[in-house]
Write a protein that binds this ligand. Structure first.
Ligand SMILES: Nc1nc2c(c(=O)[nH]1)N[C@H]1C(S)=C(S)[C@@H](COP(=O)(O)O)O[C@H]1N2
Ligand SMILES: [Mo]
Length: 215
């Protein structure tokens, strides 16, 4: 019997997950880059990638919602079952085809928070302390928009937004905030990091259509 490296890593990570049942589930980061597509750039406005520990990570929710909640990473992993396969478009021109994202559909997540009738926008703040962007509630509820915890079945890379990033496949990548740790619903929206430089809030992709987008 022969077993290749990929299969070995798969079965080994499966054992790790099974072995930690009941405890905090976070697969070993040492294996996390097997099979993950390489993006041309891993952006960061701060000059470094936040180093977020799975035990201390919290996702805060606030603003015009009936059910403000704080989510731990195991909470999010328990909620996360949705999958999207989408092309990723940066506004600078590069794309990555066929990216497998897993996490929580944003529409489903918003239902848990129970938005108040006066809520119109949802803002996503990064744990880097700097980066922010936002969507209208309608845009946020569109199919395909997810809060991703996994890529190619494995936790996000640290430089890719670990442990949680937004993914808005209909829009340019600058809407897809990495290292999300605070989600706020309001009747107005904060000015986004790219929007401050004149980029559109409604950043729908105009060029670079891919047939993968139809899936
Ligand atoms: N916190 C944070 N999120 C971010 C960015 C950033 O610099 N900081 N860059 C954005 C831009 S412009 C793009 S194209 C994508 C790129 O995703 P990647 O860095 O995983 O390749 O992340 C977006 N999210
Ligand atoms: Mo981008």
């Amino acid at each position: 019997m022969s077993i290749n490296r990929r299969e070995f890593l798969r079965s080994a990570s499966g054992l790790l997950l099974a072995g930690s049942a009941g405890g905090l589930v976070y697969p070993a980061m040492a294996w996390a880059d097997a099979n993950i597509p390489v993006f041309p750039e891993y952006y960061t406005y701060t000059g470094s990638y936040p180093d977020i520990h799975p035990d201390t990570y919290r996702l805060q929710t606030a603003g015009l919602i009936h059910k403000p909640q704080v989510f731990t990473l195991p909470d999010l992993y328990q909620l996360g079952k949705d999958q999207e396969i989408k092309t990723f478009h940066c506004v600078t021109g590069w794309i990555v085809n066929n990216v497998h994202w897993q996490g929580i559909a944003l529409s489903r997540f918003l239902n848990l928070l129970e938005p108040q009738p006066s809520a119109r926008y949802v803002a996503f703040y990064s744990a880097d302390g700097v980066y922010v962007d936002s969507l209208s509630l309608d845009q946020a509820r569109a199919p395909g928009v997810i809060l991703a915890t996994h890529i190619s079945g494995q936790p996000l890379l640290r430089k890719g937004g670990y442990p949680l990033r937004l993914l808005v496949p209909q829009m340019y990548g600058y809407k897809s905030v990495k290292w999300v740790n605070r989600i706020v619903l309001d009747s107005t929206r904060p000015q986004g990091t790219w929007e401050k430089d004149g980029y559109a809030n409604n950043a729908y992709i105009k060029k670079g259509f891919s047939f993968m987008d139809l899936l």
